[in-house]
Design a protein around this ligand. Structure first.
Ligand SMILES: Nc1ncnc2c1ncn2[C@@H]1O[C@H](COP(=O)(O)OP(=O)(O)OP(=O)(O)O)[C@@H](O)[C@H]1O
Length: 721
């Protein structure tokens, strides 16, 4: 009776999904012991939205107690995850105002800004924020020369990033904590390095360290594992668990549904991407409510369906029928490639590296650091120093390796952003950078016209004031800001790209093409003369894509900016396409659309709600394909592709060759291999690339079903007690 009363007092109405375990969990917890208490709240982005009655979240109920509970916020859409964490952080308008309270912080009079820390890696920009200085131009990252404002990582962590830093007393720094964090996050060897030289993964670790050093009571981490190699992911996850276990600080993670949910997470809050409806409870409870989540990111992640089927587990109750059927029937990848798919025969070499070694501070024996090629390998039977690697036309490479192993450095040698490209034994498109007797060197302008490149670095330094159309046009220019050399064909190609991606790029999120596709015409309308005329008319008049002139790169969301840079890398059909973390930060559906476009161009469309009886019915020929008006048909055989990603979901299905760089300082050489088909349909290959141990036995979810435990007799026979 008393318990029921208390429950009513603390929560009012019950949360959207309520589990008995959750009920008992809060019985006995007084309101003042709660860290966050949100009850029947409606959240608006700003006051104006309130007038328009378009809330971000409706009827939010959420409680974070001081108990040993660890929450993960899961949503497919990056902006939903960010908005929810920001809402927990005290941002946005809450109605009624007292529906969102922070009882513990209020009782102890700790200001919210001090009590709650937030770091976002997802839709927010990389880099170390305003507290540190990133290079002013892309190649500055790879230079050995240091400016006075090139703060070291130690300066950054200690907060000494003012020019008169020495005049500031280093009072509040907890040196013990600093030492512990630096050790646990493997930052020790990087402490004296300028922050602008850190790799993406190293930068992320540095940001986590900085946030922990501020000693918040609660730390909100948005997509902390994005861009981290699988080994670092595990290390950081167990370090966060260690901190969270003692509530120093308490941690809430926001992750994507396809990411592994760390095993120490006890509670999940899932946000529906379409309706923003919230479902929450213990992990076991959520896996039972949303079996798809258990399959995608829970204990079954990475286990292919046939293996799952053979496991002693009541899968029927776990997997929704449609998913089971789809996984079973489909024999094509997301980008419409068959499960077994031979690589293309290699053409002439585009990139030749004959013993490449990248070192910094070579004149200083103490500070000398080799970041790539610090090994010897067997080349045609002879031991040779450095990296020996060729990329041929028709090849599709995945470039892998732990954070800091030199992947971006390797690609920067190819794009020539790295100053050492000139002195190293590298040939690009058959020529060296510097002229040799009887041979002209390849110019930077020729390189730029033959390489399409999208990466977090390109994103950071790209001029944001350009219109969407100008961004695509700049693929035919010497630099993003110089005048492009355009022909009528280029214009038609740009129009085709803009139309295909109008739902992602235009302010109205609609596409004229879609409207035409839905126009009812008589007879075999998709292939009628009338349809063709309509499509041709679009190309001539082009007023359906006027928005591309009036909308700038800056106006787009982070995910759409990434889409635009991906399209820029493809639009002029360069000989070599380099996609370095090009899909990170994109929403899942958008990323899959980009992958399909890379492989099939305008030929195929994906219908998320198509019939699932036969996997192929989800894909159908496009209007353009039906009317022989495909302008871009995906990556061509004469092109080569290089992709970098730590996320297996971001690897294009066409990748057949892979190279994995060793851990820096390991002395081992790079490993190479091939894939039998799309990585998505060969999940075991991912473990092979990363040399990961076999997956542990699948844990039991919820109450064990029949046959999940060995019979008592066999159990004893096996020598167990
Ligand atoms: N100017 C420099 N001086 C010394 N070391 C540098 C310099 N520039 C880069 N590095 C180091 O080179 C190494 C390789 O960096 P790179 O960005 O190529 O790694 P990566 O494999 O792409 O990592 P990530 O997966 O984290 O993006 C890193 O350890 C980085 O700190």
């Amino acid at each position: 009776m008393f318990r029921a009363q208390l429950r009513r007092q603390a929560f009012g109405r019950l949360p959207n999904v309520y589990s008995p375990s959750r009920l008992s969990q809060y019985a006995g917890v007084t309101t003042s012991a709660l860290i966050i208490r949100i009850k029947d709240a409606t959240i608006y982005k700003d006051v104006l939205d309130q007038d328009k009655a378009s809330p971000l979240f409706n009827n939010v109920n959420f409680t974070l107690s001081g108990k040993n509970e660890h929450w993960a916020i899961i949503a497919r859409n990056s902006s939903l995850r960010t908005d929810f964490l920001q809402m927990l952080h005290g941002r946005y308008l809450c109605t009624p105002p007292d529906a969102r309270t922070y009882p513990q912080f209020t009782a102890r009079q700790i200001p919210l800004q001090q009590a709650i820390g937030y770091i976002g890696f997802d839709a927010e920009r990389d880099g170390l924020g305003g507290t540190a200085v990133k290079g002013a131009y892309m190649s500055q990252r790879y230079e050995a020369h240091r400016e006075v404002t090139d703060w070291s990582l130690l300066n950054y962590l200690e907060g000494n990033t003012d020019l008169n830093a020495l005049e500031k007393p280093a009072d509040s720094l907890d040196t013990q904590l600093l030492a512990k964090i630096v050790k646990s996050l493997d930052l020790e060897p990087l402490l004296q390095l300028p922050v602008s030289n850190l790799s993406n993964g190293q930068t992320r670790r540095a940001r986590i360290a900085k946030a922990l050093l501020a000693k918040p009571e609660l730390l909100l981490l948005n997509a902390p594992f994005m861009g981290m190699d699988p080994v670092s992911q595990l290390k950081i996850s167990s370090f966060l668990q260690e901190m969270a276990n003692v509530s120093l600080p308490k941690i809430i993670l926001a992750i994507r549904p396809e990411e592994d949910i760390p095993p120490w997470i006890t509670h999940i809050l899932h946000i529906n991407p379409k309706t923003a409806e919230i479902i929450q409870g213990t992990t076991a409870h959520i896996y039972r409510s949303i079996p798809r989540l258990a399959y995608l990111s829970g204990p079954f992640v990475g286990v292919d369906l046939p293996t799952l089927m053979t496991m002693k587990c009541n899968l029927n109750s776990l997997l929704p029928r449609s998913l089971a059927r789809r996984q079973h029937d489909t024999e094509v990848s997301r980008d419409y490639l068959p499960a077994l798919h031979d690589p293309l025969p290699p053409g002439p070499p585009l990139v030749e590296m004959h013993g490449v070694k990248v070192s910094y501070n070579v004149t200083d024996n103490v500070d000398k650091k080799t970041v790539l090629g610090d090994w010897s390998e067997s080349v045609e039977g002879t031991k040779r120093e450095g990296l020996w690697w060729n990329v041929h036309r028709g090849e599709r490479w995945g470039v892998f390796g732990p954070n800091g192993s030199g992947k971006t450095t390797l690609l920067s040698l190819i794009t020539s952003d790295h100053p050492q490209t000139y002195g190293l034994p590298i040939k690009l498109f058959g020529r060296s950078r510097i002229p040799s007797p009887g041979e002209l060197g390849i110019s930077i302008f020729e390189l730029q016209s033959r390489i399409g490149h999208s990466s977090p670095e390109v994103h950071t330094y790209f001029p944001k004031q350009l219109s969407i159309r100008r961004v695509l046009e700049s693929a035919w220019a010497d630099t993003p800001l110089s005048k492009p050399r355009l022909t009528h064909q280029n214009d038609v190609r740009i129009g085709a790209f803009l139309r295909w991606f109008a739902p992602e790029l235009s302010p109205t999120k609609t596409s004229e093409l879609q409207k035409i596709a839905e126009t009812p015409l008589r007879g075999n309308w998709r292939r009628s003369g009338e349809m063709r005329r309509k499509l041709e008319h679009l190309n001539i008049v082009s007023n359906d894509i006027d928005w591309a002139d009036s909308t700038t790169f800056r106006d787009l969301s982070f995910s759409s900016q990434r889409v635009l840079l991906f399209l820029r890398a493809l639009v002029n059909s360069p000989d070599l396409v380099i996609l370095d973390e090009a899909f990170s930060g994109m929403d899942k559906e958008v990323r899959d659309k980009c992958l399909l476009f890379l492989s099939q161009g305008e030929k195929m469309i994906f219908k998320p709600h198509g019939k699932t009886l036969n996997g192929n019915t989800r894909y159908s020929k496009s209007l353009q394909a039906d009317n022989d008006m495909v302008n871009f048909g995906g990556l061509e055989d004469r092109q080569a592709l290089l992709t970098i990603s730590h996320d297996k979901e971001d690897i294009p299905g066409c990748i057949r060759q892979w190279i994995c760089l060793p851990e820096p300082g390991e002395g081992k050489s790079a490993r190479t291999g091939t894939l039998p088909g799309p990585l998505e349909l060969h999940p075991e290959s991912w473990r092979k690339i990363w040399k990961l141990p076999p997956r542990p036995e699948m844990p039991t979810i919820g109450r064990p079903g029949r046959g999940q435990y060995p019979r008592r007799k066999n159990y004893k026979q096996a020598g167990n007690e």
